[in-house]
Write a protein that binds this ligand. Structure first.
Ligand code: B12
Ligand code: SF4
Length: 476
């Protein structure tokens, strides 16, 4: 079948959506005609006119919670003008299939969790006009009733999958990481996923739910083959290993490094990976560095044991300090992610966070507000406290109680205003100190906030800039 994949025209996307790139190459290998229209930097109208020109038999759309309305608006218009079936997949449809099928009549099918085989089975069945009740992982409407078939098994051997199809993306359109190596700024960057899933269960995160609380790995040879292919086909010199936890299996991570070095790629490329601090050892860091890794991103989240417990983080404070000490020693740049909010959060805890940040000394930090994504413990806790119910995701979630279209989890001790202020203040304070706040970056942030109508954050940022300026003038 001729299927076209789309991703909503988001203002907040640094990398091509790998999920639809994986499904596209898998379907094409299995005799369907799959393409992607890269909607990044295109308007709603431009995407619709591209779909009309391509004339697919069916459209597949990836969607997360933040991009749900951009995606739904596109789906609605495509359905009304072209009368073709619409499939949704990705985080939000996987976590909220009932609500989407119940409330948006133009959605025909939802593919939950891992998409490759389920999508293939659906297209084959539609082509042969077969019953859909045996397709595991599929949700759909039958005689006005919504049916959720049982969950599909995870793909056992990820190495069976062809590499994701990059040719439909205009890589130059995607933005650069703030720590992008200067010498590679003129080349495109790309992301790679070397494993799927995460065995942990942090209270704010939906990743482990999406992938089934287990981690599955690809083999080092295939990963390095993929890097070589992207390097030679698209001239990509900076790679992001966007696994939830690239270093979870240290032995495998070191094997990947050794293979990168063996093939001489470490002299041609640089890369970044995400890791949990509890996986870090001196030996591992030595190999990462040797193989061209220049930045490591850690999910720190909080600076107190109480906070780590609230978020069910898999690391201790001791492991945190040790990992940062070793990473500095190895000469890698560090991006540290923090969360503002939670039952432990207070103005005193924010001060503790700041002290911990000074001690850890990361190159760059992001202090995000605690958001309640569907199916997370945080979402359930807020629901229990009467802060919201499932209908919240039917709303656009714009205004001071929301961020990125998702409700903010706040408490009496740490209300919305204090949270916005703390987040803007920490980001500004540390990133200014480390020289990361270039005028261009600030403008990009402000323009994005205006587009997202996040006026509370703009106000808090402005206030934070003023307060810090006054403090500096007074030598505080
Ligand atoms: C890399 C990444 C990013 C990158 C790139 C995103 C991108 N271009 O896709 C960056 C850093 C830009 C990013 C940004 C954000 N991200 Co992000 N990101 C990830 C991460 C770590 C990996 C995504 C990935 O590539 N996976 C690998 C591919 C193969 O999997 P996949 O995309 O899920 O696709 C599979 C299935 O979902 C399904 N599928 C997907 N789409 C479709 C479509 C159809 C039609 C079908 C049939 C099937 C299907 O089949 C695919 C193959 O099996 C995930 C966590 C995770 N491990 O999944 C979070 C994750 C997706 N991100 C998340 C969030 C919240 C965000 C942000 C909103 C964060 C923020 N506050 O700014 C933004 C939103 C950006 C945007 N506009 O989409 C959440 C989503 C939660 C939710 N309920 O929506 C996740 C799950 C992380 C989490 N901890 O909860 N992200
Ligand atoms: S935050 Fe990281 S460690 Fe925790 S569940 Fe999500 S992916 Fe796993």
């Amino acid at each position: 079948m001729k299927i076209l994949f789309l991703s909503p025209p988001s203002k907040n996307l640094d990398f091509p959506p790998l999920g639809i790139a994986y499904i596209t190459s898998f379907l094409n290998k299995n005799k369907h005609q799959a393409t992607i229209f890269d909607g990044h930097n295109h308007s709603h109208e431009e995407i619709i006119s591209a779909v009309k020109k391509i004339k697919p038999e069916i459209v597949g759309m990836t969607m997360n919670t933040s991009t749900r309305f951009e995606g739904l608006n596109l789906a609605k218009e495509i359905k009304h003008t072209m009368k073709i079936p619409i499939i949704l997949g990705g985080p939000h449809p996987t976590l909220m299939p009932q609500q989407l099928l119940e409330n948006y009549s133009y959605i025909d099918y939802i593919i939950r969790n891992e998409g490759e085989y389920v999508c293939l089975n659906l297209l084959n069945a539609l082509e042969k006009k077969e019953e859909l009740n045996k397709i595991k992982g599929l949700s759909y409407k039958k005689n006005e009733k919504i049916v959720h078939n049982e969950r599909a098994e995870s793909i056992k051997d990820l190495d069976m999958l062809p590499f994701p199809e990059y040719k439909f993306f205009n890589l130059k359109n995607y933005s650069k990481h703030p720590l992008h190596p200067k010498e590679f700024l003129k080349y495109p960057a790309a992301s790679i996923i070397t494993s799927r899933g995460c065995p942990f269960n942090c209270t704010f995160c939906s990743s482990s739910d999406l992938w089934g609380h287990k981690i599955r790995f690809r083999k080092p040879k295939k990963i390095v083959d993929e890097i070589e292919e992207i390097y030679s086909k698209y001239n990509v010199k900076f790679f992001f290993f966007y696994d939830d936890n690239f270093t979870f299996d240290k032995k495998r991570a070191i094997e990947i490094c050794k293979l990168i070095i063996k093939r001489g790629l470490h002299k041609k490329i640089k890369w970044l990976c995400k890791s949990e601090v509890n996986a870090i050892t001196e030996e591992l860091l030595m190999w990462l560095k040797k193989a061209g890794c220049c930045v490591i991103e850690y999910g720190v989240e909080d600076g107190s044991s109480e906070g780590l417990k609230f978020f069910k983080k898999p690391h201790t404070m001791e492991q945190l300090f040790k990992a940062f000490e070793l990473t500095h020693k190895a000469g890698l740049e560090i991006v540290a992610y923090f969360i503002i909010g939670g039952d432990h959060e207070s103005l005193e805890n924010i001060q503790i966070k700041k002290m911990v940040i000074e001690k850890l000394n990361p190159t760059l930090i992001t202090a995000s507000l605690l958001l309640a994504y569907p199916a997370t413990d945080i979402y359930e806790l807020g629901k229990k406290r009467g802060m919201w119910d499932e209908n919240i995701f039917l709303q656009h979630c714009v205004g001071r109680k929301y961020h990125f279209g998702v409700p903010i989890f706040y408490t009496k001790k740490m209300n919305l205003e204090k949270m916005f202020e703390a987040s803007a203040d920490i980001d500004y304070w540390w990133n200014k100190k480390k020289g990361n706040l270039k005028l261009k970056n600030i403008l990009v942030i402000v323009v994005n906030l205006i587009k997202n109508r996040d006026f509370s954050k703009i106000y808090s940022m402005g206030k934070s800039v003023m307060i810090n300026k006054i403090k500096n003038q007074n030598g505080v």
